[in-house]
Design a protein around this ligand. Structure first.
Ligand SMILES: *Cc1c(COP(=O)(O)O)cnc(C)c1O
Length: 369
């Protein structure tokens, strides 16, 4: 048995004709930057998210930086986010000169613990940046209630949650602005780097439009100091093809999560918890297991690749040591960092493969008993 953690080749082969034609068309028109494909993708992605504006940018990290900048967040401001996330979430805050304030994660959903946010709000707090981690929406209603009461901005990091729903609402449409990554391994992935900012706010959309293009409203007319963070034509064409399949792929991921849940039920592992208000899109299928590193190694030996998201919480990373946190500051995040294990998860996984993975895991766990 040989099972990859993510199998982008299998996905490509399933849509090869569409992709090849779309890429060839961009090259044929030499529409490498901007142009029809980018405009159409922005329209179609906005419709998919049920939001007024989608702006293509260079990658998901840029999307976060541009969203923060468009909201006027900068030096001296504090932004509250979660300790269990990818480094980019906090990096983007730091890049704007602002200060990330971290919160522990919820023991069941692994998302920001909404009961621990309010105690972190100070008069410098400007925004909350929840992350819809692993493709499951954060518990947004308590966050939105807090932000209304304290007059804060909400920037959703939806980089792992294309199409996820919270009480029927699409992830990325509940805050003031949201950010998506189209890194190749994400649920909607380009064939290179790409990202998007989505918002219902005319004001934020027009600011991001300026900032991503050197602050220029028209060629060589620079209203503000911006930067270069553009979505290119080839990536937009690939994303348009893949967006047509995204609903089916997300449904297939949910089906595979059900298979895992069913097959893992009698094993000594904790399967993902999905609250009744959540419709997760399983960017990652994360279990918790004792002796995780040994289990992971044994699975690797029989050809099953797994991941850890994330092995070291942000506050214990060398890059963020300056924030002044210490070990045991975030008990849940720290306890889980040594137990979480991401199993292979993609639409092309077969039932047979999922059964094979669970069978091997069972054998490994029996061997460790
Ligand atoms: C992938 C990811 C990002 C960054 O996206 P890039 O496109 O890689 O820059 C940000 N936040 C989270 C939670 C992510 O998973």
């Amino acid at each position: 048995m040989k099972i990859a953690f993510v199998d982008l080749k299998a996905q490509y082969l399933s849509i090869k004709d569409e992709i090849d034609a779309a890429v060839a068309d961009v090259i044929d028109h030499t529409a490498f930057i901007g142009g029809e494909q980018v405009r159409l993708f922005e329209e179609e992605f906005a419709a998919f998210c049920d939001v007024k504006h989608a702006l293509g940018v260079g990658n998901g990290t840029d999307a976060l930086e541009l969203a923060l900048s468009a909201c006027g967040i900068g030096r001296g401001d504090e932004v509250i986010t979660v300790a269990n996330t990818f480094a980019a979430t906090a990096e983007a805050i730091v890049s704007q000169g602002a200060h990330p304030v971290l919160v522990d994660s919820d023991p069941r959903t692994y998302n920001i613990d909404v009961g621990k946010i309010e105690e972190c709000i100070t008069e410098r707090t400007r925004a909350i940046m929840p992350v819809h981690l692993y493709g499951q929406p954060a518990d947004m209603d308590p966050i939105l209630e807090l932000t209304r009461r304290h007059n804060l901005i909400v920037i959703e990091d939806a980089a792992q949650a294309h199409g996820a729903r919270y009480k029927g609402r699409v992830a990325g449409t509940m805050g003031d602005v949201a950010c998506f990554s189209f890194y190749p391994g994400k649920n909607l992935g380009a064939y290179g780097d790409a990202g998007a900012v989505v918002t219902n706010s005319e004001e934020i959309a027009s600011k991001v439009a300026l900032l991503r293009n050197h602050g220029a409203s028209e060629k060589y007319m620079h209203e503000v100091v911006g930067r270069n963070s553009r979505l290119d034509g080839i990536q937009a064409a690939v994303l348009r093809v893949k967006l047509r399949h995204l609903r089916a792929w997300n449904a297939a991921r949910r089906e595979r999560a059900d298979w895992y849940n069913e097959l893992l039920a009698d094993l000594d592992v904790v399967t993902p918890y999905e609250p009744e208000w959540s419709e997760a899109v399983y960017h990652l299928y994360v279990i918790r297991v004792a002796q995780r590193d040994l289990v992971r190694q044994r699975l690797q030996e029989v050809g099953i690749a797994t991941g850890i998201h994330y092995p070291i919480p942000l506050h214990l990373q060398p890059a963020f040591r300056y924030l002044g946190y210490k070990e045991s500051d975030f008990e849940t995040t720290e306890a889980y960092a040594g137990e979480i294990l991401s199993l292979p998860m993609y639409a092309e996984l077969t039932r047979e493969q999922v059964e094979g993975i669970v069978g091997e895991l069972e054998r490994v766990l029996d061997g460790l008993r």
